[in-house]
Design a protein around this ligand. Sequence first.
Ligand SMILES: [Zn+2]
Length: 377
Amino acid sequence: MLVTDGLIVEIGKKVRIPNDSQVIDGRGKYLIPGLVDMHVHLLSDGDEYPDTIAEDELKVMVANGVTTIRFMIGTPEQLVLRERSGKAHIVAPVIYAASPHLTGKEQGNDFVVTTAEEAREAVRISKTLGFDFIKITTFIDAQVYEAAIDEAAKQNIPVVGHADSRFVGVERALMAKQQIEHLDGYLEMLLSDDAPMKGSISDLYVYNPENWKSLDYIDESKIPELARKTVAANPFVDPTQHFMKNTFALPRSEASIRNQPDFKFYPKAVQDFYIGYLKKTKINDVPLSQRKKWLDIRNKLIKAIYDAGGKIMSGSDTPEFLWLYGYSLHRELKALSDAGLSNYAVLEAATKIPLFFSALLIRWEPSKRANKRIWFY
Ligand SMILES: [Zn+2]
């Protein structure tokens, strides 16, 4: 395969290799396209770790084949990284950055919005600063949310993120044509009409074992209609399924965590924090059979949305819960495959679909990136 100026120009056995090519021996290995991770954070986003480690964090992604990312809670530093990556000043993926998240309660790196005007102002500031998307998370009143959506339409900036079932809800988020992360709020939409309780098993509500009892009242016959509604509103769905599966559905012992190939890259304080947290989280009180059922329904939702014409996108929510950059995107490919997507559909979810979704924003100019030929064989 011959690559010139960052683009594949020829594939085959009879390609004439120009003399000045850099030659890469790929015998015994696999070559796949650069992967996209649509849900990424950095350890350096927080106050505990210095911004100076960010460039190394990005290199771990590239080393794992992740060549495009979307930051999902914006910081000013990410905009600098985006620019430096765009100019090829650093070894990093192509970067998109969502805004600091709009939330009803203070949670860090946020805009706390409790009135319509605060929401509009947060959207305008985000647009002015140059963020690519508006990120919505939790605890936002419906009218405040509507104001953010209206202002984002005026400012011509897409809205992405959570659909908090206690406040906004999936119906409203779909009406707004928001791109929804994590399948937030979807299980609640499947509760039977006469369900005696309406517990949410998504977003921050997942941590309350009581809510998991609502699984007994799920009516799976509602899945195809919900999938159709989703595709009609906004077909781009980023379920972050590996994250949900491996963090909340499958059991995770301390030994299994320490055996993960990516564990050793975390600072000790982060390792200790999550190991301690995972030992005492109340999710451990939820029976494994319930957690498995939750995973099965999420899998069915993903497959149904795909079958209805949905555009599934891969996102890992790295580096939360000791799931590191790149390693976790590979886990996401496996999770989407386990949900019933074909290998081709999985590769699309990690390449052309998220790139298409971001197409209007692309600032990558191949001719400025590289000026050489590479021959892979
Ligand atoms: Zn996230």
